[in-house]
Design a protein around this ligand. Structure first.
Ligand SMILES: NC(=O)c1ccc[n+]([C@@H]2O[C@H](COP(=O)([O-])OP(=O)(O)OC[C@H]3O[C@@H](n4cnc5c(N)ncnc54)[C@H](O)[C@@H]3O)[C@@H](O)[C@H]2O)c1
Ligand SMILES: [Zn+2]
Length: 405
């Protein structure tokens, strides 16, 4: 007969353990996030302040990378940045002319751009007391962020995000990465920035795809964390859709702060757990992006994902029909899509192709599937399964609304 007092798992280890020392330490991170206009204007001291070493009298070596797409939209920006650094000598020492890095998702599809950045940092002998400044959209920030986090095991990085999405979301966070082996963001690191400086002026020159797409991320955080912010987005949806600068700045500012509060307060900034609470609406969005071969923008895919999960939450009784309609109406007023024909695609066996997004989503973090849904709007619930029948029903609601049958 088996003994009832087999002992705790630790007792069972004891005969095998010849020695043990338990290592424990914590590191606290702190970085400023500024909102400004004219970051490279000669009279704007913010960037100099975040870069210059405090009262040590030495100059800070800095290398600047600029998103090539941003540079096309802002001719002369590299010269402007150069002039800013000249004006701030000797506190700042620009080690070379600001260098272009390709922007957009395609640049993240290979290692070439990240390797180029590392090579350039090596050529200029950037050390751990130097600083890298990256000026651009989320893709370019991910590339430069990854390269900087690898060189000498991590250089200081100051991000200057220039798109709605990167100002709302990715630019203030702690992650970076590139796509590899057919998987999005497969190769990346967690690396908090030294500082983030957001210049609202940059928002004006983005294409609609990016200006409006980034707003989907604002809906995402509002719907699961901040009812008041959600009401603001609904009330201002038509103005946001018309690209009015004032409500757009307010949306970016509030979304970024919620994002920052989440990182600081979630207890899991480096995502060791299985929950992805900031990825509401994303399980299907990532799949739709892939299915469309990235024809569908990330923000547009997120908007559809939010619409789907909102309908799902409604079918489950987490939010009333009136709120579902408020969400769908506001996304539409922002000129964001809530439907795509790819939602109708079925694999052999009749299962909707988009449902594969759930497996990808689970696989990315490992462990149990965890999907965040609004319950009610402004708060959230985590569910560990999404039943296919209800997803079908949610998609049907959107199809009917889109004029399908
Ligand atoms: N690291 C993270 O935590 C995180 C989070 C969310 C998203 N992301 C990533 O961010 C990427 C998407 O970023 P995005 O939406 O910022 O788009 P993007 O960086 O792909 O940029 C879109 C296009 O706009 C150009 N551009 C940049 N700023 C501009 C401006 N002010 N005016 C005109 N053109 C400009 C770029 O050159 C590019 O062609 C995705 O790869 C996504 O995976 C990362
Ligand atoms: Zn996103």
């Amino acid at each position: 007969m088996e003994s009832k007092s087999a002992g705790s798992p630790r007792d069972m280890l004891r005969p095998f353990v010849l020695g043990e020392y338990r290592q424990k330490f914590s590191v606290s991170f702190e970085y400023p996030v500024f909102f400004t206009r004219g970051v490279f204007g000669l009279s704007n001291p913010i960037l100099r302040d975040v870069l210059a070493p405090e009262a040590c009298g030495e100059s800070r070596r800095v290398q600047v990378f600029v998103d090539a797409g941003l540079s096309d939209a802002w001719p002369g920006i590299r010269e402007k940045i150069h002039a800013y650094f000249l004006q701030n000598r000797p506190a700042l020492d620009l080690v070379t002319e600001p260098e272009l890095v390709p922007g957009g998702e395609r640049a993240k599809n290979s290692r070439a751009a990240a390797e180029h950045v590392m090579e350039s940092l090596a050529e200029r002998h950037l050390c751990r007391q130097s600083c890298v400044v990256a000026v651009g959209g989320g893709s370019m920030l991910d590339i430069v962020g990854l390269a900087s986090s690898l060189v000498h095991r991590g250089l200081r990085l100051v991000r200057v995000p220039t798109t709605t999405l990167s100002q709302c979301d990715s630019g203030v966070g702690v992650k970076n990465g590139i796509d590899a082996y057919g998987m999005k963001n497969f190769a990346g690191t967690f690396a908090p920035p030294a500082a983030v400086v957001k210049d609202f002026e940059f928002l004006r020159t983005q294409d609609d795809r990016y200006f409006l797409g980034g707003l989907a991320e604002a809906f995402k955080v509002a719907m699961i964390r901040d009812r008041e912010f959600f009401d603001f987005l609904v009330a201002n949806a038509a103005r946001l859709g018309a690209r009015e600068q004032k409500p757009a700045e307010e949306a970016v500012r509030r979304a970024a702060v919620i994002h920052l509060q989440h990182i600081a307060g979630s207890g899991d900034p480096f995502e060791f757990g299985t929950a992805r609470p900031l990825d509401f609406g994303h399980w299907s969005a990532h799949r739709l992006e892939l299915m469309s071969r990235y024809e569908l923008g990330h923000g547009q895919a997120v908007s559809i994902g939010i619409a789907m999960d909102t309908c799902y939450a409604c079918e489950k009784g987490f939010i009333p029909v009136s709120e579902r309609e408020a969400v769908l109406g506001a996304l539409e007023a922002c000129r964001l899509p809530i439907w795509h024909p790819l939602l109708s695609v079925r694999a052999a066996g009749g299962r909707r192709e988009v449902l594969r997004g759930l497996e990808d989503f689970r696989e990315h973090l490992g462990g149990r599937l965890t999907v965040t849904l609004p319950r009610p709007i402004g708060s959230r619930v985590e569910v560990h399964e999404m039943d296919a029948g209800t997803v079908d029903g949610a998609i049907d609601v959107l199809m009917v609304r889109a004029g399908g049958c």
